[in-house]
Design a protein around this ligand. Structure first.
Ligand code: AHM
Ligand code: MG
Length: 340
């Protein structure tokens, strides 16, 4: 008789005592994410069938055209998080400002804030390529009982109490950490149940894959150019393999399993980098470190960067520890290219 797979629900209950705050709270939070992810998954899977594709014509604060599915995913996460009476505020890549959430009785006693990129890599939807959802959870720092403030959202990444992503890929997975390692769950779509398929995920120390949009090469800082040359040299286990999906979640997920580095550097086109510190880089960095990997802006540990604004961008180097360290060695030769 084969052993029965553990479900996400069972796993959450078994591990909730590891959570340094109230046990039931984390379970409720994760349950709401689990439900929202299922609804988004259902919609993403239908994307090719229904007339939901194409730009809606609305642009977000960063001037990017939102796809309809971005909006759908954003609405689903917002609605579910509002209902659960656990979260006091949400910030989303798709919302101009953070959203204050009151509890059922109209007060402000809930203790957690969530920051999310509800549908990352959305330009891949139209072409049937994997996309993801990224989330990051903090305890509020403002006094319980009053509405959340920007201070609750502008916390350093090291203060995260949980973070994770959902990858809508060939199968749908939820991967998360509460600071006790990283675990991955695969959705059985027929049953709507998540099973623990990837316990204790870890980055290999080194790797052979580099993921970067090399089309921007001429615009890259010299340290990145030099590192890319190193990746392509014939020496030891090099040249490395180049793999770039253009969905951070998918590129990160593959690199965590196989060993690799993902880089989105500054360039003359995006002088601060492209990815957002709060919704994308911090949660992925927490996961990376919990999986034995490393995350940096090329010079500093991402998780220790003091956020200045909600939609702040930052250059991002994440992946297998030895590979990120090597990239940092190259960057260190050009200290003037550091962003802050
Ligand atoms: P998005 O949040 O607007 O989808 O942008 C983030 C995405 C990442 O998932 C991906 O790695 C990167 O942007 C790709 O950017 P580019 O097309 O410039 O290579
Ligand atoms: Mg996005």
């Amino acid at each position: 008789m084969g052993h029965r797979l553990k479900t996400l629900g069972e796993f959450i209950i078994e591990h909730q005592s590891q959570f340094r705050f109230s046990e039931g709270e984390l379970s409720r939070l994760l349950n709401s994410i689990k439900l929202a992810a299922k609804l988004v998954n259902h919609e993403v899977n239908k994307a090719g069938l229904v007339d939901i594709l194409g730009a809606s014509g609305v642009t977000n604060i960063q001037g990017e055209t939102q796809q309809k599915l971005d909006i759908f995913a954003n609405d689903v996460f917002m609605k579910i998080l509002k209902k659960r009476d656990i979260v006091c505020g949400v910030a989303s890549e798709e919302e101009d400002d953070f959203v204050i959430i009151s509890d059922k009785d109209g007060g402000h006693d809930n203790k957690y804030v969530i920051l999310t990129d509800p549908l990352d890599g959305s330009s891949n939807i139209d072409v049937n390529v994997s996309v993801g959802t990224i989330f990051s959870i903090y305890r509020r720092v403002s006094p319980v009982g009053s509405p959340v403030t920007s201070d609750d959202f502008l916390q350093k990444g090291i203060e995260q109490v949980a973070a994770g992503y959902v990858i809508y890929g060939t199968s749908t997975m939820l991967v998360y950490t509460t600071g006790h390692g990283v675990n991955g769950f695969t959705l059985n779509p027929a049953l709507g149940t998540w099973y623990l398929s990837h316990p204790n995920m870890t980055f290999p120390k080194g790797g052979k894959i580099y993921s970067i949009n090399e089309g921007n090469y001429v615009h890259f800082p010299q340290g990145v150019k030099d590192y890319l040359k190193y990746c392509q040299e014939e020496e030891g286990n090099r040249p490395y393999t180049s793999r770039y999906i253009g969905s951070l979640v998918s590129d990160f997920h593959r690199n965590m399993i196989k060993g690799g580095i993902y880089i989105y550097p500054t360039s003359s086109k995006v002088p601060q980098g492209k990815l957002r510190l709060l919704y994308e880089c911090n949660p992925m960095s927490f996961l990376a470190e919990q999986a034995g990997g490393k995350a940096s802006d090329g010079y500093r540990r991402i998780l220790e960067i003091e956020p200045k604004e909600l939609h702040q961008r930052i250059p991002f180097f994440v992946g297998s520890r030895e590979m990120v360290e090597k990239a940092e060695e190259y960057m260190a030769k050009y200290p003037d290219d550091a962003v802050y």
